[in-house]
Design a protein around this ligand. Structure first.
Ligand SMILES: C[S@@+](CC[C@H](N)C(=O)[O-])C[C@H]1O[C@@H](n2cnc3c(N)ncnc32)[C@H](O)[C@@H]1O
Length: 324
């Protein structure tokens, strides 16, 4: 098998330079990203980097099994044609799978892939490309471990003749093996108001394991929750959208990648977003002290993403200085 280089290929780096506008002050605080003519140079390493390019080609330069978590939101079929092109829903699976194969190769056996996606409506019905994609991913060796849902807390009302507003999106969890890293304690939530009234006067049944009456094998012992302040969350994330001020038309909120980064990685682990956009995943990774790699076709988005990450860096120094 072909040896993969740890370092990003310098030849392709040379062919992908970005000119640096003078007003981009914050970036000058990362001098390693500029050559002597103050021209942005693709990073020599894939760690803590934002790289312009097609994720297929960029990932081909990475070694096998080097990424701990992939969190991404690819272009949805035929959406945002005017900003970064659309993919026909009928061709979506064909477009996505060569990329998914690369994600599988670079992901560690203990790693996780979170895919944020949504079906569009075509000719009055939901297109089935998302379902077809899940089935094809399984054929290519992925385990479809779980589905989380992103409930968009802040959507405004709308009116359609035959449906209501789209108010949620899929967050599919795929894994390479069934033994992936997971740190459930990192995302625990307050037990909630129900506990005060429900746990006040426990019946005898509440104090024993109450097995499911439909014979599912599941059971619960309500008294286990007495005295607990924090409990495990469910698989719905209630998060507001954050499209403002990011100069990108399809951002997800920082809290979304943050939640999965806490759940599936440890400090120092590598988080990849192969459709990086404005760099939300990289910002979350940086905040949580993880390494990051963001890839995007658009030079303009990479520049914005880099600016956001640098602001994070500068901000964290400021916070540290304030603490001292
Ligand atoms: C939905 S947006 C991602 C938004 C991102 N989650 C954020 O918060 O800003 C999808 C991005 O994928 C990029 N893209 C499309 N095809 C790509 C490819 N083959 N390789 C890398 N990036 C690609 C687009 O330029 C776009 O910025």
């Amino acid at each position: 098998m072909k040896e993969k280089s740890q370092e990003y290929d310098n030849k392709s780096a040379d062919s992908q330079r970005i000119r640096e506008p003078a007003h981009f002050d914050l970036l000058s605080q990362m001098p390693s990203l500029f050559d002597e003519q103050n021209v942005f140079v693709q990073p020599a390493s894939y760690l803590d980097s934002i790289i312009v390019g097609n994720c297929e080609q960029v990932l081909d330069a990475l070694p096998d099994n080097c990424v701990d978590l992939i969190v991404t939101s690819p272009p949805y079929a035929d959406q945002r044609k005017s900003t970064y092109g659309g993919i026909s829903p009928d061709r979506y699976v064909q477009w996505f799978m060569p990329k998914a194969d690369r994600f599988l190769r670079v992901l560690k056996p203990t790693g996780t892939f979170i895919l944020n996606i949504k079906e569009r409506v075509v000719d009055g019905e939901r297109h089935t490309y998302v379902m077809e994609l899940v089935i094809e991913m399984r054929r290519h060796g992925w385990f479809w471990t779980e589905e989380y849902m992103w409930h968009k807390k802040n959507s405004h009302p709308g009116k359609w003749p035959n449906r209501f507003r789209d108010n949620w999106e899929h967050l599919f969890q795929f894994n390479k093996t069934k033994k992936f890293k997971m740190f459930q304690e990192n995302v625990m939530v307050p037990v909630g108001d129900w506990a005060a009234s429900r746990l006040k006067n426990l019946s005898e049944t509440d104090k024993q394991r109450d097995n499911s009456r439909v014979g599912s094998g599941f059971g619960k012992n309500i008294s286990n929750w007495v005295g607990r302040d924090m409990v495990y969350p469910n698989n719905v994330l209630h998060l507001a959208t954050e499209c403002y001020n990011r100069q990108h038309s399809a951002t997800f909120p920082v809290a979304l990648p943050e939640w999965f980064i806490k759940l599936f990685t440890e400090a120092g682990d590598l988080v990849l977003d192969p459709f990086n956009g404005s760099g939300t995943t990289c910002v979350a990774a940086k905040r949580l002290n993880r390494r990051f790699l963001g890839i995007d076709l658009s030079e303009e988005y990479c520049r914005k993403a880099l600016e956001r990450v640098v602001r994070e860096e500068v901000g964290s120094h400021i916070n540290q200085d304030e603490k001292q």
